[in-house]
Write a protein that binds this ligand. Structure first.
Ligand SMILES: *[C@@H]1O[C@H](CO)[C@@H](O)[C@H](O)[C@H]1NC(C)=O
Ligand SMILES: *[C@@H]1O[C@H](CO)[C@@H](O)[C@H](O)[C@H]1NC(C)=O
Length: 461
C-alpha cells in the first residue's frame, strides 16, 4: 500500500490515470472524492461493507429505476447512477473525476496490462466480474448510491455545523454595527470606567459587575493583574460605598478562583486583611457574603494564605459571624469552607505521590487548623447546625461532621442533642429513601443522606 502514494502523485501529474479496474463493482465508491481514497476502495473488506450490513427495503431499491451503461470499445463517461455491466474496464479521470468505461480489449484481459500487473503486485483485488449478472449489479449499485447519499448528507451536516454559527454571528454583529472587541480591550475599558473620577456610582458598579464575568477566565485574570485592575479592586474593598465594596469583593473572588498567580498578588496587596475587616465589622449582609466568597477563593489550595488567615485571627472572625444576628445564611458557607480546608489537607496527607508532594506537605504542615478548631469549639458550632430545615444544608453539615470526626469524636459522643438530631434524621430519611425506591430509584439522594446519617451514628455509638 505504501507504494501507492508516490505512484499516484505521478499519475495525478499526467492527469489521466489509466486505472484499469477490470470491474465496476464498487465503482461508484470511486467517487468524486480524493482519488487516493477512491483507489483504495477496491478491497475485499469494502465490498463486504457495501454489500452486507444494511439491506435495503423494497421501497428503497427498485432495480428498474437504474440505468445501465452500455460499453463499447471506446472510452465513454459513465454518468452518475448508471450501472456498468460485468467485464467492463473502468478508469478514473483524475482531472475531471469522471469515470470512463469500455469493453475490454481481448488481448489485455486477465490483468495482463501493465496496470493490471501493478495492481496485482500491490495486492489489489481483482473482482471476477463475469460472475455478476446485471441484476446483481443494479442491486449493489442501489446500495452504494444509498450509502453515498448518506455520506454526503453527513458531510453537509458537518459543514453546516461548523460554519453556520459564525456566519450568523457575523450577520448579527453587522446588523448591530458592533465591532468585535477582544476581552482585553473590554477589560481596559471597564477598568478605566471603574477608576474614573467622572464615572457615577452606578457606572462603577456596572463596570465591576461586567468585570466579574471576564476575570473568571484564567488568562483574563492574568491580564487583569497586569493592567493594574487587581490593585484597584483591592482598594475598592474599603470604599465608603457598601455597594462598591460588595462588587469589588465579587470581582476579586472571581479572579482568585483557582488562580495561584492572582492569589499571590492579592495577598501581597493586602487583600486578606481587608476581607477579614469586612467580615469583622458591621456591614450589610450582601457585603459580607461577597467578602466570604473572596476569602474562600483566596484560601482554597493556597496554604500560605491559610497560614496567614489563622495568624490574623481569621477563624475567630468567622466564629463571630455565628454570634451576629441576621448572618444565618453565611453559616453554611463558613462550614463548607472549613470542610474544604480540612479535606484539602487530609487528601494531601493521604496522597501516595504527586507533583511536589514533599513541598506541599511542608507548606500544609504550617497550617495549624485543627488546634484552632478545637480551641474555638467548632465541634459544637457545627453540630448545633444539624437540625437545619433544608436538605441541602443538612447535607453540608453532615459532610462537615464527618470531616471533623477525627477531631471532635469525643465531643460529639458527649453531645446528646447531636445524637437525638441524627436519630430524627434517620427516621425521616428512611421514609424518604423508601419512597424513592418505590419510584425505582435505588441509589437516590435520600438513600445517600440516610447512608451519611447511619455512618455518623455508627461512629458515635
Ligand atoms: C487610575 O487612575 C489614576 C488617577 O487617575 C491613575 O494614576 C492610575 O494609573 C489609574 N489606574 C489604572 C489601573 O488605570
Ligand atoms: C482603607 O484602608 C486603608 C489602609 O488599609 C485605611 O487607612 C483606610 O482608613 C481605609 N478606609 C476605609 C474607608 O475603611
Amino acid at each position: 500500500m505504501s507504494h501507492w502514494a508516490p505512484c499516484l502523485s505521478t499519475a495525478a501529474k499526467i492527469n489521466l490515470l489509466i486505472l484499469v479496474v477490470s470491474v465496476a463493482f464498487p465503482w461508484s465508491s470511486l467517487s468524486d472524492r480524493v482519488p487516493e481514497f477512491a483507489l483504495t476502495k477496491i478491497e475485499e473488506s469494502d465490498r463486504k461493507d457495501d454489500s452486507g450490513k444494511e439491506p435495503l427495503t423494497e421501497d428503497d431499491a427498485d432495480p428498474e429505476d437504474l440505468e445501465v451503461f452500455y460499453p463499447t470499445h471506446q472510452w465513454q463517461t459513465i454518468h452518475p447512477g448508471q450501472a456498468v455491466p460485468a467485464g467492463s474496464h473502468v478508469r478514473l479521470n483524475l482531472q475531471t473525476g469522471a469515470r470512463e468505461a469500455k469493453l475490454p480489449d481481448s488481448n489485455t484481459e486477465n490483468g495482463d496490462t501493465r496496470e493490471g500487473k501493478r495492481r496485482k503486485r500491490l495486492g489489489k483485488v481483482d473482482v471476477d466480474s463475469s460472475s455478476f449478472t446485471s441484476q446483481e449489479l443494479k442491486k449493489a449499485l442501489a446500495k452504494m448510491k444509498e450509502s453515498e447519499k448518506a455520506e454526503r448528507k453527513a458531510h453537509e451536516e458537518e459543514v453546516r455545523k461548523k460554519f453556520r454559527p459564525i456566519e450568523q454571528l457575523k450577520e448579527e454583529f453587522e446588523k448591530l454595527n458592533v465591532k468585535m472587541e477582544t476581552d482585553y480591550e473590554i477589560m481596559v475599558k471597564l477598568i478605566s470606567t471603574f477608576n474614573s473620577s467622572v464615572s457615577t456610582l452606578d457606572e462603577k458598579v456596572a463596570a465591576l459587575y461586567d468585570l466579574e464575568y471576564y476575570v473568571h477566565q484564567v488568562d483574563n485574570a492574568k491580564d487583569f493583574l497586569s493592567m493594574g485592575g487587581l490593585q484597584l479592586v483591592i482598594k475598592g474593598l474599603n470604599s465608603t460605598e457598601a455597594v462598591l465594596k460588595e462588587h469589588a469583593a465579587f470581582v476579586l473572588g472571581a479572579a482568585l478562583s483557582s488562580n495561584p498567580k492572582v492569589q499571590i498578588e492579592a495577598i501581597e496587596g493586602g487583600a486578606l486583611q481587608k476581607l477579614l475587616v469586612m467580615l469583622a465589622t458591621e456591614q450589610p449582609l450582601a457585603v459580607k457574603k461577597k467578602a466570604l466568597f473572596a476569602l474562600s477563593s483566596m484560601l482554597r489550595h493556597f496554604p500560605y494564605a491559610q497560614q496567614h488567615f489563622l495568624k490574623l485571627g481569621g477563624l475567630q472572625v468567622l466564629r463571630s459571624l455565628f454570634r451576629q444576628k441576621g448572618m444565618e445564611t453565611l453559616h453554611v458557607r463558613v462550614v463548607t469552607l472549613l470542610y474544604d480546608l480540612i479535606m484539602e489537607k487530609a487528601l494531601l496527607e493521604a496522597a501516595q505521590d504527586g507533583d511536589q508532594l514533599e513541598e506541599k506537605l511542608r507548606q500544609y504542615g504550617r497550617v495549624r487548623l485543627a488546634p484552632a478548631l478545637l480551641e474555638q469549639d467548632w465541634c459544637a458550632v457545627v453540630s448545633h447546625m444539624l437540625p437545619a430545615a433544608e436538605h441541602d444544608t443538612r447535607e453540608k453539615v453532615l459532610r462537615a461532621l464527618g470531616a471533623l470526626l477525627g477531631l471532635c469524636r469525643q465531643r460529639f459522643r458527649d453531645d446528646a442533642a447531636l445524637t437525638a438530631a441524627l436519630r430524627l434524621l434517620r427516621r425521616e430519611y428512611r421514609a424518604l429513601a423508601a419512597a424513592e425506591r418505590r419510584h425505582g430509584d435505588r441509589r437516590g439522594y435520600f438513600h445517600e443522606m440516610l447512608g451519611s446519617v447511619d455512618s455518623l451514628l455508627r461512629e458515635l455509638s
